[in-house]
Design a protein around this ligand. Structure first.
Ligand code: NAP
Length: 323
């Protein structure tokens, strides 16, 4: 296993590997696939794994890591592991219990990064997507700043090394940064980011606050039926992207990932196929010249593949603001 990936310094002094492996599993993907893919990713040399309580892949991640540790192929500190606090656990008194459930699933005593998954709180309970009888999401009124304070306590308790957020817009980041008594700034904001939604304004904002932007759906997403419009364009088929890939004798996926690395973004990539997983790790072997970076910048069309419908009526719905 190699860990010779680039790393990016976080504002709390820890480092995050610049390329991570995603483990979100759409409903239509067979149950056995994530474990298989995580094992392939670890064997290929991925040392940064991204999961979340709501993905229900934490047990697979835990099993894969534990078996490599037991076999002497890996040490815990070789892996950078992210998981996320789900929206039904935003009440401060529930935060640590959600984290402890995640740690149990992961068979670990700490995670490297714990992220507030999405800024809209939902009704607490067993149901991960609580709805009323008309199919409307049941939301909650917790202020995410109170949730953040509970996350800070998890860091103080040594259960997480770093804390961050996901799907926050700049106004919401500002709200946390200006919170009276803030103890720890978010180290990152994990957001949808790819050639069709390059997030240049949010990226500039995050850089100005020393918050790392982590890109998800960087390859155009898995196009899960539940979240993505099947008529949306397929990112990796983009003709301009394919031309640049051809010119560099690289794949469109490698160019799509490399583009972010050169912008100072930490990027996640998901795949179930061994050849793709290996190919995605080869993004540190080449560089894109600035003229190609500019052409790729020009592909932006502010197209969001996953505009998460739930929470639309809530004041903290994140995607109505410009950035
Ligand atoms: P993604 O990384 O954008 O794309 C995955 C798709 O790209 C898969 O369909 C895969 O195809 C294809 N692919 C991967 N490598 C390829 C290659 N070398 N050549 C051609 N095709 C390739 O997918 P994602 O799962 O949406 O996003 C990545 C991760 O981000 C997630 O797994 C999750 O960990 C995280 N995420 C976070 C949030 C959040 O709210 N914070 C939301 C979404 C995702 P195959 O089917 O061929 O394997």
């Amino acid at each position: 296993m190699s860990s010779n990936q680039q790393r990016v310094k976080l504002n709390d002094g820890h480092f995050i590997p610049a390329l991570g492996f995603g483990t979100y599993k759409p409903e239509e993907v067979p149950e056995n696939k994530p474990l298989e893919a995580i094992n392939l990713a670890l064997d290929a040399g991925f040392c940064h794994i991204d999961t979340a309580y709501v993905y229900q892949t934490e047990k697979d991640v835990g099993q894969a890591i534990r078996s490599k540790i037991t076999a002497g192929l890996l040490k815990r500190e070789d892996i950078f592991l992210t998981t996320k606090l789900w929206c039904t656990f935003f009440r401060p008194e529930l935060v640590r219990s959600n984290l402890e459930k995640s740690l149990k699933n992961l068979q670990l005593d700490y995670v490297d990064l714990y992220i507030l998954h999405y800024p809209v709180p939902m009704k607490p309970g067993e149901d991960l997507f609580p709805e009323d009888e008309h199919g409307n999401a049941l939301l909650d009124t917790v202020d995410f700043c109170a949730t953040w304070e509970a996350m800070e306590k998890c860091k103080d308790a040594g259960l997480v090394k770093s804390i961050g957020v996901s799907n926050f817009n700049s106004r919401q980041l500002e709200k946390i940064l200006n919170k009276p008594g803030l103890k720890y700034k978010p180290v990152c904001n994990q957001v949808e980011c790819h050639l069709y939604l390059n997030q240049s304004k949010l990226l500039n904002y995050c850089k100005s606050k020393d918050i790392v932007l982590v890109a998800y759906c960087a390859l155009g997403s898995q196009r899960p039926k539940r979240w993505v419009d099947p008529n949306s364009p397929v990112l990796l088929n983009d003709p301009v992207l394919c031309d640049i890939a051809k010119k560099h004798k690289r794949s469109p996926a490698q160019i799509a990932l490399r583009y972010h690395l050169q912008r100072g973004i930490v990027v996640l990539a998901q795949s179930y196929k061994e050849n793709e997983i290996k190919e995605n790790l080869q993004v540190f072997e080449f560089e894109l010249p600035s003229e190609d970076m500019k052409i790729l910048d020009g592909l932006n069309k502010n197209l969001r593949y996953a505009p998460a419908p739930f929470g639309k009526g809530h004041p903290e719905y994140p995607f109505s603001d410009e950035f």
